[in-house]
Ligand binder design. Structure first.
Ligand SMILES: CC(C)(COP(=O)(O)OP(=O)(O)OC[C@H]1O[C@@H](n2cnc3c(N)ncnc32)[C@H](O)[C@@H]1OP(=O)(O)O)[C@@H](O)C(=O)NCCC(=O)NCCS
Length: 241
């Protein structure tokens, strides 16, 4: 959960998290609160203000909400996810599939995620506009003992009618913030070279590590180069919430 500080009085506030940690109290600071309570304690007045915060799996910006989907939630959103996913793949963004795909194939894919969702090695976020699913993105947490600092962004997509409105960026913020929570600072991903997503990721600070020629194939057997991108995340959360 992130909170943007607002001035509540002329007094300066010392901000203490439930962990006991003190944070920068400047107005506009965005705080990361891993659930529980935030305590705002005005230094010049002897009163304290406590407010409960929403659980970490609920974030909002404008009309877009980003929610982390747990294994037990999947059944509630799978049908909508399948719709948007199928349309995205068949619209030309492969997301690991060879188009065209059927809804059944897409559904099987989402069901196949269940074990990793249950163990927490894969984290799935869904973007909602009202009750409508408008996008999703995943974070695969490395399970190897020599890379507990690494995670990979996978299968990021936004419904065609909702692109260019900041939804993809919000999903990435959620993935980055969650990666930090899990101690993952080095984030990597792979995307088809020359596609719009490459520029999207670079605007978010991703750096090109290299290109693998002919990494995937298209419906006619044509080969596509893919670019591997990475980013070392800073300590602080995004201020986009
Ligand atoms: C890539 C994708 C997720 C981006 O989501 P989006 O909601 O359209 O992107 P946003 O509106 O959040 O844009 C964020 C930034 O990226 C830029 N951007 C988005 N699409 C862009 C494009 N096609 N070309 C250049 N820049 C682009 C935006 O201008 C914006 O920049 P700003 O913050 O400087 O204003 C979306 O286009 C998509 O679903 N594409 C199909 C699936 C796909 O290719 N996924 C990636 C697989 S690796």
């Amino acid at each position: 959960m992130s909170l943007r500080l607002r001035r509540i009085s002329e007094a300066q506030c010392a901000v203490t998290l439930s962990t006991g940690a003190q944070v920068d109290p400047r107005e506009g600071t965005v705080l990361h609160v891993p659930g529980g309570h935030l305590s705002l304690e005005p230094q010049r007045q002897n009163e304290s203000l406590r407010m409960a915060v929403q659980p970490r799996n609920f974030m909002r910006s404008g009309s877009t909400r980003i929610r982390r989907i747990f294994a037990s939630d999947l059944k509630h959103v799978i049908s909508d996810l399948v719709d948007v996913f199928t349309d995205t793949v068949n619209g030309g963004s492969q997301l690991g599939f060879l188009p065209p795909i059927t809804r059944d194939e897409a559904r099987d894919y989402w069901i196949s995620l269940f074990p990793e969702l249950a163990t927490g090695s894969r984290l799935v976020f869904v973007a909602f506009n009202g009750d409508r699913v408008v996008g999703s993105g995943q974070l695969a947490l490395s399970q190897r003992t020599n890379s507990p600092h690494r995670a990979e962004v996978q299968r990021l997509f936004v419904a065609r009618g909702f692109r260019g409105q900041g939804v993809g960026k919000l999903l990435m913020y959620a993935l980055h913030d969650t990666a930090r929570e899990h101690g993952r600072s080095l984030i990597s991903l792979s995307t088809r070279r020359g596609e719009p997503a490459e520029e999207f990721y670079k605007r978010l600070g991703y750096v090109e590590a290299g290109v693998i020629p002919g990494w995937t194939i298209g419906p006619a057997g044509e080969r596509y180069d893919h670019v591997t991108l990475y980013q070392e995340l800073g300590r602080f959360q995004h201020s986009g919430w």
